[in-house]
Design a protein around this ligand. Structure first.
Ligand SMILES: Nc1ncnc2c1ncn2[C@@H]1O[C@H](COP(=O)(O)OP(=O)(O)OP(=O)(O)O)[C@@H](O)[C@H]1O
Ligand SMILES: [Mg+2]
Length: 257
Protein backbone atom coordinates (compact mmCIF):
# COMPACT_ATOMS: atom_id res chain seq x y z
CA UNK A 1 0.00 0.00 0.00
CA UNK A 2 1.23 3.45 -0.92
CA UNK A 3 -0.29 6.50 0.65
CA UNK A 4 0.48 10.20 0.70
CA UNK A 5 -0.44 12.21 3.77
CA UNK A 6 -1.50 15.69 2.75
CA UNK A 7 -3.32 18.75 4.11
CA UNK A 8 -2.97 22.32 5.21
CA UNK A 9 0.09 23.46 7.15
CA UNK A 10 0.27 22.41 10.79
CA UNK A 11 -2.78 20.12 10.82
CA UNK A 12 -0.80 17.10 12.01
CA UNK A 13 0.42 15.37 8.84
CA UNK A 14 3.81 14.49 10.24
CA UNK A 15 2.43 13.34 13.59
CA UNK A 16 -0.09 11.08 11.87
CA UNK A 17 2.40 9.77 9.26
CA UNK A 18 4.88 8.82 11.97
CA UNK A 19 2.35 7.09 14.18
CA UNK A 20 0.81 5.17 11.30
CA UNK A 21 4.25 4.03 10.19
CA UNK A 22 5.10 2.84 13.71
CA UNK A 23 1.83 0.90 13.89
CA UNK A 24 2.49 -0.92 10.63
CA UNK A 25 6.06 -1.66 11.70
CA UNK A 26 4.92 -3.09 15.03
CA UNK A 27 2.61 -5.41 13.16
CA UNK A 28 5.59 -6.75 11.25
CA UNK A 29 5.10 -4.98 7.93
CA UNK A 30 8.10 -3.64 6.10
CA UNK A 31 7.50 0.07 6.23
CA UNK A 32 9.17 2.82 4.31
CA UNK A 33 8.45 6.29 5.64
CA UNK A 34 9.19 8.98 3.12
CA UNK A 35 9.84 12.52 4.24
CA UNK A 36 8.81 14.43 1.14
CA UNK A 37 8.61 17.78 2.92
CA UNK A 38 11.54 20.11 2.15
CA UNK A 39 11.24 21.21 5.77
CA UNK A 40 11.93 17.67 6.91
CA UNK A 41 11.03 16.67 10.46
CA UNK A 42 9.59 13.18 10.21
CA UNK A 43 12.63 11.59 11.88
CA UNK A 44 11.84 13.53 15.05
CA UNK A 45 8.24 12.37 15.10
CA UNK A 46 9.39 8.80 14.52
CA UNK A 47 11.53 9.05 17.63
CA UNK A 48 14.94 8.83 15.97
CA UNK A 49 17.74 9.48 18.46
CA UNK A 50 19.79 12.60 17.83
CA UNK A 51 22.97 10.71 16.81
CA UNK A 52 21.08 8.89 14.08
CA UNK A 53 19.23 12.00 13.00
CA UNK A 54 22.53 13.83 12.58
CA UNK A 55 23.60 11.25 10.01
CA UNK A 56 20.65 11.95 7.71
CA UNK A 57 21.54 13.58 4.42
CA UNK A 58 18.55 14.27 2.17
CA UNK A 59 18.81 12.54 -1.20
CA UNK A 60 18.71 15.83 -3.11
CA UNK A 61 21.81 16.96 -1.22
CA UNK A 62 23.85 13.89 -2.08
CA UNK A 63 25.77 15.68 -4.79
CA UNK A 64 27.87 12.75 -5.86
CA UNK A 65 24.95 10.38 -6.03
CA UNK A 66 22.94 12.87 -8.07
CA UNK A 67 25.88 13.45 -10.40
CA UNK A 68 26.64 9.77 -10.83
CA UNK A 69 23.06 8.73 -11.49
CA UNK A 70 22.03 11.55 -13.79
CA UNK A 71 25.33 11.81 -15.58
CA UNK A 72 25.56 15.54 -14.85
CA UNK A 73 28.86 16.61 -13.23
CA UNK A 74 28.53 18.44 -9.92
CA UNK A 75 27.65 22.07 -10.62
CA UNK A 76 27.74 21.48 -14.36
CA UNK A 77 25.46 20.69 -17.25
CA UNK A 78 25.39 17.25 -18.75
CA UNK A 79 25.49 16.63 -22.43
CA UNK A 80 24.14 13.14 -21.89
CA UNK A 81 21.52 13.96 -19.28
CA UNK A 82 19.98 10.70 -18.13
CA UNK A 83 16.24 11.14 -17.81
CA UNK A 84 15.79 7.67 -16.32
CA UNK A 85 18.55 7.37 -13.71
CA UNK A 86 18.97 4.13 -11.79
CA UNK A 87 17.18 4.43 -8.45
CA UNK A 88 16.12 0.95 -7.36
CA UNK A 89 19.01 0.52 -4.92
CA UNK A 90 18.58 3.96 -3.30
CA UNK A 91 15.85 3.17 -0.71
CA UNK A 92 17.80 0.26 0.74
CA UNK A 93 21.19 1.98 0.67
CA UNK A 94 20.22 5.39 1.96
CA UNK A 95 17.32 4.85 4.32
CA UNK A 96 17.86 5.05 8.08
CA UNK A 97 16.11 2.55 10.26
CA UNK A 98 14.83 2.87 13.81
CA UNK A 99 12.03 1.14 15.69
CA UNK A 100 11.43 -1.00 12.63
CA UNK A 101 10.63 1.96 10.40
CA UNK A 102 12.89 2.76 7.46
CA UNK A 103 13.06 6.45 6.70
CA UNK A 104 14.02 8.04 3.43
CA UNK A 105 14.48 11.81 3.45
CA UNK A 106 14.04 13.32 0.01
CA UNK A 107 15.14 16.90 0.54
CA UNK A 108 14.32 19.99 -1.39
CA UNK A 109 14.82 20.98 -4.97
CA UNK A 110 14.94 24.54 -6.09
CA UNK A 111 12.47 24.11 -8.90
CA UNK A 112 12.98 27.59 -10.35
CA UNK A 113 9.61 27.45 -12.07
CA UNK A 114 7.55 24.50 -13.15
CA UNK A 115 9.70 23.54 -16.10
CA UNK A 116 12.74 22.64 -14.03
CA UNK A 117 14.79 19.74 -15.28
CA UNK A 118 17.68 20.06 -12.87
CA UNK A 119 19.38 16.75 -12.04
CA UNK A 120 18.14 16.63 -8.41
CA UNK A 121 14.61 17.06 -9.63
CA UNK A 122 14.91 14.27 -12.17
CA UNK A 123 16.39 11.92 -9.59
CA UNK A 124 13.76 12.66 -6.94
CA UNK A 125 10.91 12.32 -9.38
CA UNK A 126 12.19 9.02 -10.65
CA UNK A 127 12.86 7.78 -7.11
CA UNK A 128 9.36 8.73 -5.96
CA UNK A 129 7.74 6.98 -8.85
CA UNK A 130 9.87 3.90 -8.16
CA UNK A 131 8.74 3.92 -4.51
CA UNK A 132 5.11 4.19 -5.52
CA UNK A 133 5.06 1.81 -8.44
CA UNK A 134 7.70 -0.82 -7.73
CA UNK A 135 8.61 -0.91 -4.08
CA UNK A 136 6.99 -3.77 -2.17
CA UNK A 137 6.84 -2.10 1.25
CA UNK A 138 4.06 -0.17 2.89
CA UNK A 139 5.06 3.32 1.75
CA UNK A 140 3.81 6.30 3.75
CA UNK A 141 4.76 9.68 2.35
CA UNK A 142 4.66 12.73 4.59
CA UNK A 143 4.02 15.55 2.14
CA UNK A 144 4.68 19.25 2.18
CA UNK A 145 1.67 21.37 3.22
CA UNK A 146 -0.71 22.60 0.56
CA UNK A 147 -1.31 21.44 -2.96
CA UNK A 148 1.18 23.20 -5.20
CA UNK A 149 3.66 20.30 -5.17
CA UNK A 150 0.87 17.75 -5.67
CA UNK A 151 -0.08 19.59 -8.83
CA UNK A 152 3.45 18.91 -10.07
CA UNK A 153 2.73 15.22 -9.70
CA UNK A 154 4.91 14.54 -6.64
CA UNK A 155 2.64 11.73 -5.44
CA UNK A 156 1.10 10.52 -8.65
CA UNK A 157 0.18 6.85 -8.62
CA UNK A 158 -0.41 6.41 -4.88
CA UNK A 159 -3.34 4.25 -3.78
CA UNK A 160 -4.75 7.05 -1.69
CA UNK A 161 -4.29 10.57 -0.50
CA UNK A 162 -5.11 10.90 3.16
CA UNK A 163 -5.98 14.50 3.89
CA UNK A 164 -5.56 15.47 7.52
CA UNK A 165 -8.07 18.15 8.48
CA UNK A 166 -8.84 20.13 11.60
CA UNK A 167 -12.37 21.13 12.53
CA UNK A 168 -12.19 24.45 10.68
CA UNK A 169 -13.10 25.88 7.31
CA UNK A 170 -9.52 26.57 6.23
CA UNK A 171 -8.31 22.99 6.35
CA UNK A 172 -11.57 21.84 4.72
CA UNK A 173 -10.78 24.21 1.86
CA UNK A 174 -7.46 22.47 1.41
CA UNK A 175 -9.24 19.10 1.46
CA UNK A 176 -11.52 20.27 -1.37
CA UNK A 177 -8.55 21.35 -3.44
CA UNK A 178 -6.70 18.09 -2.81
CA UNK A 179 -9.80 16.14 -3.77
CA UNK A 180 -10.23 18.00 -7.03
CA UNK A 181 -6.57 17.60 -7.84
CA UNK A 182 -6.62 13.92 -6.91
CA UNK A 183 -9.42 13.39 -9.39
CA UNK A 184 -7.55 15.32 -12.05
CA UNK A 185 -4.38 13.27 -11.72
CA UNK A 186 -6.15 9.93 -11.29
CA UNK A 187 -5.55 9.15 -7.61
CA UNK A 188 -8.01 6.39 -6.81
CA UNK A 189 -9.05 7.44 -3.33
CA UNK A 190 -9.04 10.61 -1.30
CA UNK A 191 -9.65 9.90 2.38
CA UNK A 192 -9.86 12.13 5.41
CA UNK A 193 -8.65 12.01 8.99
CA UNK A 194 -9.98 14.59 11.43
CA UNK A 195 -7.30 15.73 13.86
CA UNK A 196 -7.25 17.93 16.98
CA UNK A 197 -10.89 17.09 17.64
CA UNK A 198 -12.36 18.32 20.95
CA UNK A 199 -15.96 17.13 20.94
CA UNK A 200 -18.86 15.67 18.94
CA UNK A 201 -19.55 19.03 17.28
CA UNK A 202 -16.04 18.97 15.84
CA UNK A 203 -16.65 15.44 14.54
CA UNK A 204 -19.96 16.48 13.00
CA UNK A 205 -18.41 19.51 11.37
CA UNK A 206 -15.99 17.28 9.54
CA UNK A 207 -18.55 14.61 8.64
CA UNK A 208 -20.83 17.30 7.23
CA UNK A 209 -18.06 18.79 5.15
CA UNK A 210 -16.51 15.75 3.52
CA UNK A 211 -18.00 13.31 1.10
CA UNK A 212 -19.87 10.34 2.59
CA UNK A 213 -17.64 7.38 3.26
CA UNK A 214 -14.40 9.32 2.96
CA UNK A 215 -13.77 9.96 6.65
CA UNK A 216 -11.55 7.31 8.19
CA UNK A 217 -11.92 8.57 11.74
CA UNK A 218 -10.87 11.10 14.33
CA UNK A 219 -7.86 11.89 16.45
CA UNK A 220 -8.69 13.90 19.54
CA UNK A 221 -6.73 16.91 20.65
CA UNK A 222 -4.28 15.48 23.16
CA UNK A 223 -1.83 17.46 25.24
CA UNK A 224 0.42 14.44 25.44
CA UNK A 225 1.06 14.85 21.70
CA UNK A 226 2.31 18.38 22.24
CA UNK A 227 4.28 17.35 25.30
CA UNK A 228 6.10 14.66 23.35
CA UNK A 229 6.85 17.15 20.60
CA UNK A 230 8.26 19.53 23.22
CA UNK A 231 10.36 16.76 24.78
CA UNK A 232 11.54 15.45 21.43
CA UNK A 233 9.88 12.07 21.90
CA UNK A 234 7.83 9.99 19.51
CA UNK A 235 4.10 10.47 20.21
CA UNK A 236 3.74 6.77 19.45
CA UNK A 237 5.61 5.86 22.64
CA UNK A 238 3.86 8.42 24.83
CA UNK A 239 0.26 8.91 23.78
CA UNK A 240 -1.66 5.69 24.38
CA UNK A 241 -5.05 7.15 23.63
CA UNK A 242 -3.93 8.64 20.32
CA UNK A 243 -2.33 5.34 19.32
CA UNK A 244 -5.68 3.61 19.91
CA UNK A 245 -7.46 6.17 17.73
CA UNK A 246 -4.96 5.68 14.94
CA UNK A 247 -5.28 1.89 15.21
CA UNK A 248 -8.95 2.28 14.47
CA UNK A 249 -8.21 4.57 11.52
CA UNK A 250 -5.72 2.05 10.19
CA UNK A 251 -8.29 -0.74 10.36
CA UNK A 252 -10.72 1.31 8.35
CA UNK A 253 -8.01 2.16 5.87
CA UNK A 254 -7.15 -1.50 5.39
CA UNK A 255 -10.78 -2.47 5.06
CA UNK A 256 -11.07 0.13 2.29
CA UNK A 257 -13.60 1.74 4.70
N1 LIG B 1 -4.02 15.33 18.11
C1 LIG B 1 -3.22 16.33 18.47
N2 LIG B 1 -3.36 16.91 19.69
C2 LIG B 1 -2.56 17.93 20.07
N3 LIG B 1 -1.57 18.42 19.30
C3 LIG B 1 -1.35 17.88 18.09
C4 LIG B 1 -2.17 16.81 17.61
N4 LIG B 1 -1.70 16.47 16.38
C5 LIG B 1 -0.65 17.29 16.12
N5 LIG B 1 -0.45 18.15 17.14
C6 LIG B 1 0.59 19.21 17.23
O1 LIG B 1 0.40 20.12 16.18
C7 LIG B 1 1.65 20.60 15.70
C8 LIG B 1 1.76 20.37 14.21
O2 LIG B 1 1.80 18.97 13.97
P1 LIG B 1 2.60 18.35 12.73
O3 LIG B 1 3.99 18.86 12.69
O4 LIG B 1 2.36 16.90 12.75
O5 LIG B 1 1.77 19.04 11.55
P2 LIG B 1 2.12 19.07 10.00
O6 LIG B 1 0.80 19.08 9.29
O7 LIG B 1 3.07 18.01 9.64
O8 LIG B 1 2.82 20.50 9.88
P3 LIG B 1 3.64 21.09 8.60
O9 LIG B 1 2.59 21.56 7.63
O10 LIG B 1 4.44 22.19 9.19
O11 LIG B 1 4.47 19.96 8.05
C9 LIG B 1 2.72 19.89 16.50
O12 LIG B 1 3.12 20.71 17.57
C10 LIG B 1 2.00 18.65 17.05
O13 LIG B 1 2.54 18.20 18.26
MG1 LIG C 1 4.91 18.11 8.67
Amino acid sequence: MKIAITGKGGVGKTTFSAMLARLYADEGYRVLSVDADPDANLALALGFPKELMDTIVPISEMKELVAERTNVPIGGFGKMFKMNPKVDDIPERYCKEYNGVRLLTMGTVDTGGSGCVCPEHVLLKRLTSHLILQNKDVVIMDMEAGIEHLARGTAQGVDAFIVVVEPGERSIQTYRKVKKLGEDIGVKRVLVVGNKIRNKEDENFIINNVQDGECLGFIYYNEEVINSDRSNLSPYDNCTKTVEEIKYIKQKLQGGI
